[in-house]
Write a protein that binds this ligand. Structure first.
Ligand code: GUN
Ligand code: ZN
Length: 655
């Protein structure tokens, strides 16, 4: 299998898929080509891969002969990768097809398809369970049969199961164990046509969570750009569009936020060659055939532009922001976005903890993003002190702005005797809830923006977070603003004897960051009391931590987390119990790892399943000897599942 992931965001992946006729950059959109009818050269408008229908070719004598003698690439005049569908869609539309599964799989192999499809049964949404189960048995049987028939052909195997999440999961799991190259998710067209996006989320999530991470997934029949970002964020890699031509035939223009009717246009809505060369009136006057072609060109341009934007968003780590924008275009998409909160635990495992772009709060839905869930989970890694002081937000990073705060506060519970000492100072803010001052520069606690006037959902959420957090402290002091804003019940006034100057202790800071980043106690394991902290002369921020002359770790300025040096890796290795933060490589890879070469997934024999992409990881051999350390490109599950591409970018070997 030649699929590789290069960048990740949410459950989305930017990657490459190798086929006999070239490499596909994913996520990718495959325009649907009608064999025999197609005149529009889709590659001129950005298509690197197309999909056509093997059944339509098979059924037509002329097309069949030409395809069998000259190949499908000649037939549709496209030199790049071609995916073919099997006639299942015709089966769902007309109830019958005149070809067997074996026959159509063999035929696809003969005509030189790059990726073929077995004759699955597209069970529609909301059918009786008995029917969904019955048809699933046939779909699975045909998938198995396709494997027996094919020789070299790369094969799609479509996940079915109607709108029953458990059937989708079961189907995905079973197909995932067989030797297929791509997994389409089928029979979702009716859901999309009727705007049932929330159910689409359920179908897609129950499928992708049970498919192998190492294979691309194709959301079949999804051709409207308004759904691309959401689908990619759920882990879909391939899309096909008949929409570009069907909408054009119907005088409609695809846009990333919906559809426009030519008859309603006063202005052309984009900057493609069609929209900049014609006025709406001119287009309306052109004859039907030419007009359809022009609108199809616009539709393709817009669809490919959206796909490029999505790939860019994944690379820079702003896919959630794009998804939130797109899902505000339709109330049912918004409903779908909201339902993603049911999948926080799963999404958190795939979403990289460190990103190039800041977290933008764009509405209450942002509260359900994996970053927020992850932060609250990681806060549990931090030991409590006796007392806590809650402060309201100020400008970021908070510790640089809070040197002096007023004397008057409130207490919750007993009035506090001298709470200073090891008092924990925590800022209360939206969307992350609680931010210990020591962590105020760690991504995304510094790298986020949200409006100053908190909305009701945010207040409710933070109130819930506080109720839990405050249980850990015996003495609680809150500023008036925090108590009022977040509805905390206070006991009494508390006056600090002197104006409060808050200084963050550097040693406490580095330990807390390490605990937050690697787990409880990692700070203790990495940094004893004797370590030397070196700050940047320019910014005054912590840069390096040394043990004498030996560098332990560097605090990365961009996201405020530790990057190991050799000594840091050794200490982590000593401190963290196997297999925590480990990537275990086989004997063959050992010398390469020691030399500091990057680690390919195929050499990994075990790893910590909880590793996220972009984390600092230890590279060890089977005896758990430390060989090297580096930064993960994939998460633990992906590292184990993949046999192609890089798993870890090694920082240093020779340990
Ligand atoms: N095209 C749209 N939906 C489907 C499906 O469920 N199966 C196949 N094979 N093709 C499709
Ligand atoms: Zn346009």
């Amino acid at each position: 299998m030649d699929f590789e992931i290069k960048y990740k965001d949410a459950r989305g992946r930017v990657g490459t898929l190798k086929t006999p006729h070239g490499i596909i950059k994913t996520p990718a959109l495959m325009p649907v080509i009608h064999p025999g009818k197609q005149t529009l050269p889709v590659s001129d408008y950005g298509a690197e891969v197309v999909i056509t229908n093997a059944y339509l070719i098979y059924k037509n004598e002329d097309l069949r002969e030409k395809a069998l003698t000259e190949g499908v690439h000649k037939l549709i005049d496209f030199p790049g990768p071609i995916v073919t569908d099997s006639g299942s869609f015709q089966l769902s539309e007309y109830g019958d097809v005149q070809v067997s599964n074996r026959e159509i799989v063999k035929f696809q192999e003969k005509i030189g398809t790059d990726i073929g499809t077995s004759l699955d049964i597209p069970t529609p949404p909301s059918v009786k369970r008995e029917r969904a189960e019955r048809e699933l048995v046939i779909t699975l049987k045909r998938a198995q049969e396709a494997l027996e028939v094919r020789e070299e052909l790369m094969l799609n195997s479509v996940v079915q199961g109607s709108t029953y999440p458990d059937l989708r999961s079961e189907c995905a799991q079973k197909l995932g164990k067989m030797d297929f190259q791509v997994h389409p998710i089928g029979a979702v067209v009716p859901l999309m046509e009727s705007y049932r996006y929330q159910e689409l989320v359920e179908v897609v999530m129950s499928s992708v969570t049970h498919l192998p991470d190492s294979r691309p997934r194709h959301l079949m029949g999804a051709g409207h750009p308004m759904i691309f970002a959401l689908a990619v964020a759920m882990g879909c890699d391939l899309f096909d569009s008949a929409a570009y031509i069907l909408y054009a035939e119907d005088d409609r223009l695809l846009m990333p936020h919906g559809t426009l009717k030519l008859e309603n246009l006063y202005e052309m809505p984009c900057s493609c060659e069609v929209c900049t060369s014609y006025t709406p009136e001119e287009l309306r006057q052109i004859d039907k055939e030419k007009r359809t072609e022009l609108l199809a060109i616009h539709n393709l341009r817009v669809s490919f532009a959206e796909m490029r934007l999505i790939r860019q968003a994944i690379v820079e780590g702003s896919l959630w922001e794009l998804v939130e924008q797109r899902c505000r275009a339709h109330p049912f998409l918004l409903e779908a976005l909201r339902s993603l909160k049911n999948y926080s635990v799963d999404l958190e495992k795939y979403d990289p903890p460190y990103k190039k772009s800041a977290f933008f709060y764009t509405g209450p839905e942002s509260l359900n993003r994996p970053e927020v869930y992850r932060h609250l989970e990681r806060m549990k890694r931090i030991p409590f002190s006796k007392s806590v002081l809650l402060l309201p937000r100020s400008s970021k990073p908070y510790s640089e702005r809070l040197y002096e705060v007023p004397q008057k506060f409130y207490s919750i519970g007993d009035v506090v005797e001298n709470p200073l000492g090891d008092m924990q100072v925590t800022v209360v803010d939206v969307p992350f809830g609680i931010i210990p001052l020591e962590l105020d520069q760690v991504y995304p606690l510094a790298q986020n923006e949200s409006p100053d006037d908190y909305d009701e959902d945010s207040i409710k959420m933070v109130n819930g977070v506080l109720q839990e957090y405050l249980q850990g402290f015996s003495q609680i002091i809150v500023s008036e603003g925090v108590a009022e804003t977040f509805g905390l019940t206070v006991n009494d006034e508390y006056i600090f004897p002197e104006p409060l100057k808050i200084m963050v202790n550097d040693h406490k800071r580095i330990k807390m960051i390490a605990d937050y980043q690697f787990g409880t106690g990692a700070g203790e394991g990495l940094f004893n009391e004797e370590v030397k902290i070196v700050k940047s002369r320019k910014t005054g921020k912590i840069r390096h931590v040394y043990d004498g002359d030996e560098l332990i770790a560097t605090l990365r300025a961009s996201d405020g987390v530790f990057v190991m040096a050799k000594e840091g890796a050794r200490r982590l290795h000593r401190y963290l119990p196997y297999p925590k933060n480990r990537v275990v490589v086989n004997e063959d890879a050992e010398p390469f790892a020691r030399e500091g070469k990057s680690i390919f997934a195929k050499f990994v024999i075990n790893c910590d399943i909880d590793i996220h992409a972009k984390e600092e990881v230890l590279i060890v051999n089977e005896q758990d000897q430390l060989l090297a350390f580096g930064k993960s490109i994939l998460n633990g599950r992906e590292i184990l599942d993949f046999n192609t591409g890089q798993a870890v970018k090694t920082r240093k070997g020779g340990l």
